[in-house]
Design a protein around this ligand. Structure first.
Ligand code: PLP
Length: 407
């Protein structure tokens, strides 16, 4: 295996070269969004300067060039997640929109009053609120899987929640707060045993692990480009073709139609049926450059590096008086949520910021999880391919410095 040269990789990310309050920035909010490598930004620039024409709009060479760039990404994403075909890859604004699409189109069509949806207490609001919006139209019941003290899903409860009214299952692949990696294959198998389709929120999985949608056997899988070194504002919904074919459009407008008249309108074929209006074709095109980047560094190498950083950080944090870490599942992703003593998470975050350490504080869009943990929020540090052991040590030194002030 080639050496993992993190200093060399850092040169690809000009965004890391910041200072705050006279300290070199240590960027540990990668769960919220990652920094972007130069070549992705250059791909965006190239498209704006050379190939900007609307996609799927006619025979002009420049429009065809733009269309090719966008559709190359679709093929690239399909291959990356091992979808059966590019038509199963729908471009959205992000994970949030992908989940809203499924809740609205699939949920609004196939779920009926009295039906039940199983989800989990560790969901991001993006995988809770769309189902509550659905409840305004259909009287569906949400059944919630709890967690144990390590932050793992209680699979006995999960299995016990299935009954003859269960019509849909959805859960996150990786928790954005606890780092827990859920046993997707096992959970999907259980749902399919009951004939129930599954949507997996992959926002925190795709940046850290190889995802094979056919091996996982998921029916829908959603993720965001900006968390995986790609441009902001775009995401992906993978959907199994048979289901996508049956589902009505999510939004109406240009691009998604077959034929329009005032008497009635027909829909375009997949995937365009779900892509009304001008897509962010610039961002979509540049996403394939982000995938190239990840592949070049190597997902296994990235995961191993992040794991090493997580272990170093966790070991160091455990030695700090008053430290409480939330989420200790074996094999967790490189995310540490914590509180020090009885200090408010904002105070801890603000003190860290004064030392150049950029972490996230708050409920992390997971208020039901916070409620289950009996807290209002946490401080969260999360690692990416460009973080270094020296940064982890500086983070630990900052924690040791501020901890006595917070006790
Ligand atoms: N799901 C999870 C687990 C997340 O962590 C996030 C973002 O933090 C989302 C969904 C929403 O992603 P986006 O805001 O990119 O749509």
């Amino acid at each position: 295996m080639k050496k993992y040269d993190v200093e060399k990789l850092r040169e690809d990310f000009p965004g890391l070269n910041r200072e705050f309050y006279g300290h070199k920035m240590i960027y540990l909010d990668n769960t919220a969004t990652s920094q972007t490598p130069r070549e992705v930004v250059e791909a965006v620039e190239r498209m704006y300067f050379h190939s900007k024409a609307n996609v799927h709009r006619g025979v002009s060479s420049i429009s065809q060039e733009a269309t090719d760039l966008q559709e190359t990404t679709r093929r690239r994403v399909a291959a990356y997640i091992n979808a059966s075909s590019p038509e199963e890859v729908i471009f959205t604004r992000g994970t949030t929109e992908a989940i809203n699409l499924v809740a609205s189109s699939y949920g609004g069509t196939f779920l009926k009053d009295g039906d039940e949806i199983i989800l989990t207490v560790m969901e991001h609001h993006a995988n809770i609120v769309p189902w509550q919006l659905l409840q305004r139209h259909v009287d569906v019941k949400l059944r919630v899987v709890p967690i144990n003290e390590r932050g793992e899903l209680d699979l006995d409860v999960y299995r016990s929640l299935f009954n003859d009214r269960t019509r849909f299952v959805t859960f996150t692949h990786v928790s954005n707060v606890l780092g827990t990696v859920n046993p997707v294959k096992e959970m999907v198998k259980e749902a399919h045993r009951h004939g129930v389709p599954v949507l997996v929120d992959g926002a925190q999985a795709v940046p850290h692990t190889r995802v094979d949608v056919r091996d996982l056997d998921v029916d829908f899988y959603a993720f965001s480009s900006h968390k995986m070194y790609g441009p902001t504002g775009i995401g992906v919904l993978y959907g199994r073709r048979e289901l996508l074919e049956k589902m009505p459009p999510y939004q109406g407008g240009g691009e998604m139609i077959g034929h329009v008249s005032f008497e009635g309108t027909t829909w375009a074929e997949l995937p365009f049926k779900f892509e009304a209006g001008t897509p962010d074709f610039v961002g979509i095109s540049a996403l394939s450059v982000a995938l190239d980047y990840i592949e070049r560094v190597g997902m296994e190498a990235i995961a191993a590096h992040e794991h090493k950083l997580l272990e170093r950080a966790t070991r160091g944090m455990e030695g700090i008086e008053g430290m409480r870490i939330f989420g200790t599942a074996p094999g967790k992703a490189a995310v540490v949520s914590f509180l020090i003593g009885s200090a408010h998470h904002y105070d801890t975050g603000m003190l860290l910021d004064k030392l150049g350490v950029e972490v996230r504080t708050g409920h992390h869009c997971a208020q039901p999880l916070m409620h289950a943990l009996g807290i209002e929020g946490t401080v969260r540090a999360s690692f990416a391919l460009y973080n270094t052991e020296e940064e982890v040590d500086a983070f630990l030194a900052a924690l040791r410095r501020i901890a006595p002030m917070l006790m």
